[in-house]
Design a protein around this ligand. Sequence first.
Ligand code: FAD
Length: 465
Amino acid sequence: MPRTVAVVGAGAAGLVVARELLREGLDVAVFEKSARTGGTWAYDPRADADPLGRDPAAPGAVHGSLYASLRTNLPRELMGFSDFPMAGRVFAGDPRAFPGHREVLAFLDAFAEESGVLERVRLRSEVLRVAPLGGQGERWAVAWRGEDGEVAEDVFDAVVVCNGHWTVPQVAKIRGIDNWKGKQMHSHNYRVPDPFRDQVLLLCLLESILAVMKISSIPVCHALSAECCCCRNGSQWNGHSSRDLTCGKGSAHCVEVLGGQAWKSRAPQRYLDAQRDCIQDDGKIHFSEGSAVAADIILYCTGYYYHFPFLDLDGLTVDDNRVGPLYKHIFPPKYAPNLSFVGLPMKTIVFQSVELESKWVAAVLSGRATLPSEEDMMAAVRDHYLQMEEEGRPKRHTHVIMPKWEEHMNWLADQVGEPRLEAWRLEMLEKAIRCAWSLDAGYRDRWEQEDNSGKSALKHPLGSK
Ligand code: FAD
């Protein structure tokens, strides 16, 4: 049975993994390359030198992708851990149902402290390489660089990878991009709207990625719209679909009128779609329905890549954003149980999902739960891929749990004897997603006005227009 476990990353996932491993009596070391815990939620005002963030290994590359005004897209009830809820307590003076990022960071700080995990975290310790000792990883060598720049190596019985996946931008290849003379930026590097003042800006969304990215890209629009002449006076985004956005004061498209350049759109579609629109020799963006526009900046809201620069393992790949093979998105059959990944699933109740994943990993490592044989896990992975094919889902959506989050999370809960998800939680998640997709920036505050308890708010669904 493993005794020592290395956890890579001290974000929400790494912290809750460490708590669960400690609860199982295992000896835990959490490696965190930055100077603090909290991961994504530690807002970093810096941006990459390259606005497209193309080289994650570039000196000074920034981990976080939060912008200054970001508020959560899920209510408090869906962002806590069991025994340590976020609802009912205020951690940094922001009691809102959908708090700003500082409140979430303070929540995670309190969690790290009170759970005893903090003292297991080695800050400023970047994991450079994780390699199996023995064919299937009976033990693991972890090479890491400390604050002094020295590289050391420690050996552990098991490694849990929790390095996050909202850092390395996917940049869509727009047809004719070589003709583009303006600026380009990925939303990873968006922090504040000021640099966009008086600029004509276009958002690039990959139609196929839109479903995944919408929640994170839409708040960027909202933050920007604070600077938009059409929206500044309290009007809100009221578009009803991703490709048909209008703002409250007429038909001009918000993202194209930033700072007052009231460019009236006759065409209903003003989103640049990398797959259908193109940039022609005149440097303008030509939309598929025939109109064209000159713009200053293309802002790519086109998602992120899974990236594990410290792993080079036989038989484990990232192919078109499919990390595989992984049994239930967690265990690579060849190296299970001593190598695992927590936090890969997307479009789910992230905090609750990482907690259930962590409980399962900890239970397996302590011997309280057992995994199927390598062959059976591989068969399950193949079944999953086959099912995706039959449903017409692209490979890059492998870890997108929606719409099967209930099935997935209940499956995890069953493995560790935890109660299944309460119906209200799932309903609340669906409602929050509906609200976010409605592009109505005011939903967060109205949610509070209507009902703070969450549960009964479901009787009066918002975003039902
Ligand atoms: P991260 O928080 O990214 O943490 C990974 C940690 O690993 C980091 O601290 C990093 O420094 C460290 N690390 C990486 N590589 C190494 C290495 N080689 N060695 C050592 N340490 C390393 N979720 C919600 O539930 N609600 C929301 O409202 C919400 N909004 C979001 C908005 C945006 C813009 C983004 C980008 C994400 C949002 N999320 C939201 C998802 C969010 O990512 C999760 O809530 C959660 O923070 C993921 O935690 P994690 O630990 O998996 O990853």
